[in-house]
Ligand binder design. Structure first.
Ligand code: GCB
Length: 602
């Protein structure tokens, strides 16, 4: 599946805007076939947006189950004779889509795109009704997992991660067209040979019975031809290449054209960054140079819009990363809107791309809310069926993001139960499939609470990724004891001989809460002091090649006694004002960059 784009042979139009919206806690809509007529509702919902916080209604905010969206669209007469498709950036977490009275798509998984070919239904020059059923339920067979608890007051959703379960149509929806004979898929990998850049592409083509010719032209940023080749798969060589590198979003355009004799029948343009990524011992190399990850774990999260993609918020977040002197971030805990990766590509920001598999750990009652530890991996809990969904999510993630130069790593799961004796057999097939689909990028999982002697998974992965909270959840308020514990654990990981990235370390701080004492939890001073302690330990450890603070900004969680109006580990508030910790990191990261980090670090 390729992204919709405008060009000589393709066109797209966004269906974003206000759609009719209706809650359906009793699943009446499925039985009564609500797609067959205009939705009986006066509610309107912006698309893209999470539906939870838009209307001042607790029932909508906490809704568990089905909701319905409806709009209509016009198929331009000029689209006659071409294929018409509809592509959803995401629907969180399950969706069914009808055009008129016909079911055209069903999709599971809330953070990746899907599309339907509606050529036979959406005739050129016709008006069509589009109905979307979105369901937000999480179960042991969804990624991420959860359970629904029936209470006398209705179902309640529980899950094993802390961020709010925002739901709805979070990303743009595109009506688009392609020719019948068309390019259906394109994979690009790059390499470096001295000063030359090598670009290997592989295009798949469908819909043309006769022989169609593929011509690929790589253009530099001025539109000049840098290299050209013919064939479904070939290598392009740019004798003197402008490499994509951290801080340097140098891109080329790969223009892939499909010809029937001399007639252009399709064209697809893919931006390409020439760069290499590799792990060498305990070093993480980009273009052969050691790279140190400076940045944060983020969330797609904002007031009112929830998890929806928003260009204004995105550009502002990137501006704040630059203000911080950060060079990278992690898409915790799910794939972000693809616009975010496009921006990172263009601006040379390095991305650690994470699958939506968060909360695969039932061994900690504090985190699950169960009264005892449960076996994480079992036929009744995280099972073979869950693993199939997990595999689907990984396949869809790689399919969508593999051509982005900014993406340098895949994270297969956040904090799975890596101490479980069953963890290995669960993860081995996932690791094998990831490596088969993308042999070019290192892989990891983020490790919670499992030191190397108990971790069943570390050796399957290329990079050690640690989420640690010494000084917050443990040794709370006691930074000396926390530092001892952190140093002791880091010493164990050093022996593994792999790069170590701290993918999370952080303390909650309520902006504006202060103390002259250095052990007062929730103050800006404590957050700052705790981060400082971690940074000191990192600086003493050559194997630590990354520091991603948790978190970039405060974010919404379900209401509960562990969280005050959300998770406050942000170094920015939810409305993006800096806390003291942000100034600490800003000073450090700019200093490191001035000293030649990240590229010249040895
Ligand atoms: C973690 C999780 C992250 C949480 C964080 C916390 O380990 O990966 O999703 O938000 O801890 O603040 O507890």
């Amino acid at each position: 599946m390729l992204r919709p784009q405008d060009g000589p042979t393709r066109e797209r139009k966004a269906l974003d805007g206000l759609w009719a919206f209706k809650l359906d806690g009793d699943r009446q809509g499925r039985a009564e076939r609500w797609w067959r007529s205009p939705l009986n509702t006066s509610l309107e919902m912006p698309v893209p947006c999470s539906y939870n916080d838009v209307l001042a209604d607790t029932r909508i905010r906490n809704h568990v189950g089905d909701v319905w969206y409806q709009t209509d669209f016009w198929v331009p007469p000029s689209w006659s004779g071409r294929r018409t498709l509809i592509q959803f950036g995401s629907a969180t977490h399950q969706a069914s889509v009808w055009v008129g009275e016909t079911l055209v798509a069903e999709h599971e998984g809330g953070y990746l795109p899907f599309e339907a070919d509606i050529t036979q239904l959406a005739l050129a020059g016709s008006h069509q009704r589009l109905t979307v059923l979105v369901n937000n339920e999480l179960s042991y067979t969804t990624i991420p997992p959860g359970i629904i608890v029936d209470t006398p007051h209705g179902p309640r959703q529980r899950f094993f991660h802390d961020f709010f379960n925002y739901a709805g149509l979070h990303r743009s929806i595109w009506l688009h067209t392609t020719p019948t004979a068309r390019i259906t898929d394109l994979t690009v990998t790059t390499n470096i040979d001295g000063r030359a850049g090598l670009v290997d592409y592989e295009a798949t083509v469908a819909g043309g019975s006769e022989s169609l010719r593929v011509v690929a032209t790589l253009r530099d940023r001025f539109g000049n031809e840098a290299a050209t080749a013919e064939g479904h798969a070939a290598q392009l060589r740019v004798p003197v290449a402008e490499l994509w590198a951290p801080g340097q979003g140098n891109l080329y355009d790969l223009e892939v054209q499909l010809f029937r004799e001399s007639q252009l029948v399709d064209q697809y343009v893919q931006s390409v960054g020439i760069r290499t990524v590799e792990v060498d011992g305990a070093r993480f190399l980009i273009n052969g140079q050691p790279f140190r990850f400076l940045g944060a774990g983020k969330h797609e999260d904002g007031a009112v819009r929830g998890r929806a993609h928003d260009d204004t918020a995105m550009v502002h977040d990137f501006a704040l990363l630059e203000w911080l002197g950060a060079n990278s971030f992690r898409t915790s805990h799910y794939p972000y809107a693809e616009e975010v990766l496009d921006y990172a590509d263009r601006h040379g920001i390095v991305v650690i791309d994470e699958s939506p598999a968060v909360g695969l750990n039932l061994s900690w009652p504090q985190l699950t809310g169960f009264d005892k530890p449960l076996a994480t991996f079992s036929p009744e809990t995280i099972s073979d069926t869950t693993r199939e969904r997990h595999l689907d999510a990984i396949r869809e993630l790689i399919q969508r993001d593999r051509n982005h130069p900014s993406v340098v790593m895949w994270v297969l799961a956040n904090e799975p139960d890596s101490a479980s004796p069953d963890a290995r057999s669960y993860f081995e097939p996932l690791v094998a499939e990831t490596r088969r689909l993308d042999p070019t990028r290192p892989i990891g999982f983020t490790n919670m609470l499992t030191p190397p002697d108990r971790c069943q998974l570390a050796e399957l992965f290329d990079v050690v990724m640690l989420n640690r909270y010494y000084g917050w959840y443990f040794q709370s308020g006691n930074l000396r004891a926390a530092e001892d514990a952190l140093r002791a654990e880091v010493a164990q990981w050093q022996h593994i001989g792999r790069p170590i990235i701290f993918t999370e370390f952080g303390a909650d701080a309520i902006a504006g809460l202060h103390s002259v004492f250095d052990d007062v939890l929730w103050t800006e001073e404590y957050q700052r002091a705790m981060l400082k302690m971690y940074l000191r330990v990192f600086d003493d450890t050559t194997e630590v090649v990354g520091e991603h603070v948790w978190a970039f900004a405060d974010f919404a969680t379900p209401s509960g006694i562990r969280r005050v109006d959300g998770n406050k580990k942000g170094i920015f508030t939810r409305d993006r004002q800096p806390k003291a910790a942000a100034h600490l990191l800003r000073e450090r990261w700019h200093r490191m960059s001035a000293q030649g980090f990240p590229l010249d670090a040895g």
